[in-house]
Design a protein around this ligand. Structure first.
Ligand SMILES: Nc1nc2c(c(=O)[nH]1)N[C@H]1C(S)=C(S)[C@@H](COP(=O)(O)O)O[C@H]1N2
Ligand SMILES: [Mo]
Length: 422
């Protein structure tokens, strides 16, 4: 790889955006390689000297050449760092799994590294017997592992007002996807003898100072909700709820209560601050829509995406992610001309319920301006809407639940930027 060009690419990308460069963007540099390239004909230091011994780093880290791929805070979005969000660098991900160190974070009052020996989970309310579990008690139970996406209800929220946030990290980066391991909540409710006749809801409560509490309808609680201690093969990271969090597949992130300490069975919705003041959708007529549970079908092209630069005309692999809180992804169509023509993208397997699905499609850029869009359809037949169709129903003053089609404009100089079309 041509070092200068690589340096130039990194610098320009960093200078413009302060965001990481996705590997695979060195198209021109790769095209310049040839039979006289010293990188292939000369012996390199890594061929002629001894490498590092094992376990220099008992817990492994990414290559130093990937150090700019980081989760990042949006400057000016929140005044207090402990009540903030860091966005996942979607532009640098491959496949569907989010590496644990790059999972997005959203804390209402900071994160804690809670001593698992002091952590308890209580099941109370309308139950025959109140139960309190230690982590050891929970981890003896029959566990299950499942892949799911988590998306904050406020993801893509700035687009309601057409703020044209520059990169996919900031437009869609409150999204991650992991394999979670834990026990079904239904098992714990059964053990406590929950009153399933009168008990129509559960309240989930976190162990942090924000007093995070969310109501979950009983049919969802009994369906696929998990009390999880692991993500991607290791214990949860402290930022993501160590040692215990709720996994509520298909439902907005706020209901995935971290540092989970209590589940209460009740007969009506609890109307807590996190569902009466926050996480409510402001509708055009001034009313609020409460208890929006499902994250509707959505997709986004992650490469090429805002802030990236196409260096030459020619072949590109357009790649992105699609997901639906209602089930599986059925189909993704991609347009390169602002929605006039659509072609069906390849869906990579596995395609799982309430999980990210990776799509890819070939594209040859002719050097003319282009507008790239993706439109997902889920297994229940729901289709991702155009932004203005969604605005007609939802208005422009909401923050939450924007699942509109995202448009990236490619300029004649190869610069990719965020625009709104349709
Ligand atoms: N206890 C507790 N749980 C919480 C939160 C919190 O601040 N405290 N934030 C919620 C919100 S708004 C989201 S979007 C997700 C974010 O999960 P993550 O930080 O693991 O990405 O956690 C939810 N669970
Ligand atoms: Mo959230």
């Amino acid at each position: 790889m041509n070092e200068e060009r690589r340096g130039f690419l990194r610098k320009s990308f960093l200078g413009a955006l302060g965001a990481g460069l996705a590997t695979g963007m060195g198209a021109k540099a790769m095209a310049q390689a040839g039979p006289d390239d010293p990188a292939i004909i000369e012996k390199q230091i890594w061929q002629t000297t001894l490498g590092q011994p094992v376990a220099v780093k008992p817990y492994g880290e990414p290559s130093i050449y990937e150090k700019y791929l980081q989760r990042r805070q949006s400057p000016g979005l929140t005044a207090v760092d402990a009540a903030s969000v860091s966005f996942a660098p979607l532009q640098g991900f491959f496949g569907i799994i989010t590496p644990n160190g790059l999972h997005f974070e959203r804390h209402h009052q900071g994160w804690y590294d809670i001593d698992p020996n002091k952590h308890r989970l209580m099941i109370n309310g309308m139950v025959k017997k109140e139960l309190v579990f230690t982590m050891d008690d929970l981890m003896r139970l029959p566990s299950t592992s499942k892949f799911h996406f988590i998306e904050c209800g406020a993801n893509t929220g700035m687009e309601w007002g057409n703020v044209a946030v520059p990169t996919v990290q900031y437009t869609h980066g409150m999204l991650s996807c992991c394999e979670f391991t834990g026990v079904p909540l239904s098992l714990l409710l059964e053990m406590a003898g929950a009153d399933l006749k009168k008990g129509k809801y559960v309240l989930a409560e976190g162990n942090d100072g924000s007093g995070m509490t969310r109501t979950i309808p009983m049919e969802i609680a009994l369906d696929d909700v998990m009390v999880a201690w692991a993500m991607n093969g290791e214990m949860l990271r402290p930022e993501n709820g160590y040692p215990l969090r709720l996994v509520v597949p298909g439902v907005q992130g706020v209901s995935w209560v971290k540092w989970l300490r209590r589940i209460e069975v009740g007969d009506k919705p609890y109307g807590t601050k996190d569902e009466a003041v926050h996480y409510i959708d402001l509708m055009p007529d001034g009313t609020h829509r409460q208890y929006t549970t499902v994250q509707e079908v959505k997709s986004v092209i992650t490469t090429p995406s805002g802030g990236q630069q196409l260096l030459t005309t020619g072949f590109y692999n357009i790649s992105g992610l699609a997901w639906s809180g209602r089930g599986k992804i059925q189909r993704v169509d991609v347009s390169v001309d602002g929605g006039r023509n659509w072609s069906q993208a390849r869906l990579e397997s596995p395609i799982m319920d309430k999980c990210l699905t990776r799509f890819n499609i070939d594209w040859v850029w002719d050097g003319k301006p282009a507008i790239l869009q993706s439109r997902a359809v889920d297994s229940t037949g729901h289709i991702q809407p155009m932004i203005n169709a969604l605005r007609e129903v939802r208005g422009t003053r909401s923050i939450y639940h924007n699942n509109a089609i995202q448009s990236w404009k490619v300029d004649t100089n190869g610069e990719v930027s965020n625009v709104q079309v349709g």
